[in-house]
Design a protein around this ligand. Structure first.
Ligand code: SAM
Length: 200
């Protein structure tokens, strides 16, 4: 069983630092993008996030959630009940994934920062480019430079907006960037960098 599978199995949502009751920052960003409800969306490393619930509620009809941890996907499916059948669930490592199709929105909250090796980030970029087309959006959220240097017991790379945009590469034009403080279920704050970029 993978590290992440074990993390999900051993904890409730309230015991995970990354849990948010509602994906407010992402939904605020979506309000600013011109995405039709049938636009294909992938939540990379979505885990058991409630973003998929919120997107279904908003009428999005082509949703994919990818995560290494099958237990996280199972938790999200159980929560959604019958509505889970309207979502494509992919158990995969994003750095090795063969998407086989493209998306209008690639969303990643708190996954890219675990890729501390340049080779892993290069593999991620390759998947990101392979899974998007000109006009597609990429939304990434990582720990900010003054954020924690580990997450869930693993080392992370912290990113400032300009560095993150440069790392994603020239194929993407940065559109919006910002800083948000995530409040963990036990009340501590974690500064995040958010980046919204559009595929050139
Ligand atoms: C900090 S959690 C964030 C989960 C979710 N994005 C959210 O905002 O609630 C990180 C997630 O990334 C997943 N993950 C870590 N490395 C991954 C990889 N290489 N490929 C796919 N998923 C990965 C973990 O299983 C976990 O669900």
């Amino acid at each position: 069983m993978s590290y992440w599978d074990e993390r999900y199995r051993a904890t409730t949502p309230e015991e995970r630092s990354w849990t948010e009751p509602s994906p407010t920052s992402t939904l605020e960003i979506l309000d600013r993008l011109d995405l039709a409800p049938d636009a294909p969306v992938v939540d990379v490393g979505g885990g058991a996030s409630r973003l998929v619930d919120a997107l279904l509620e908003r009428g999005f009809s082509d949703l994919t959630v990818l995560d290494l941890a099958e237990s996280a996907l199972a938790e999200a499916r159980a929560r959604l009940g019958a509505a889970a059948g309207r979502v494509t669930w992919v158990g995969a490592d994003v750095t090795a994934w063969e998407p086989g199709r493209t998306y209008a929105l690639w969303h990643d909250r708190a996954v890219f920062h675990f890729l501390v090796e340049p080779s892993a980030r290069a593999a991620y970029r390759e998947r990101l480019e392979g899974a998007t087309v000109p006009g597609s959006y990429a939304v990434l959220a990582t720990f900010a430079p003054d954020g924690p240097d580990t997450c869930s017991g693993l080392p992370v790379t912290r990113w400032a907006p300009a560095e993150l945009a440069a790392e994603i590469g020239d194929a993407f034009e940065p559109l919006l960037e910002g800083r948000r403080e995530h409040v963990t279920p036990w009340g501590s704050t974690q500064p995040f960098t958010w980046l919204v970029a559009r595929r050139r």
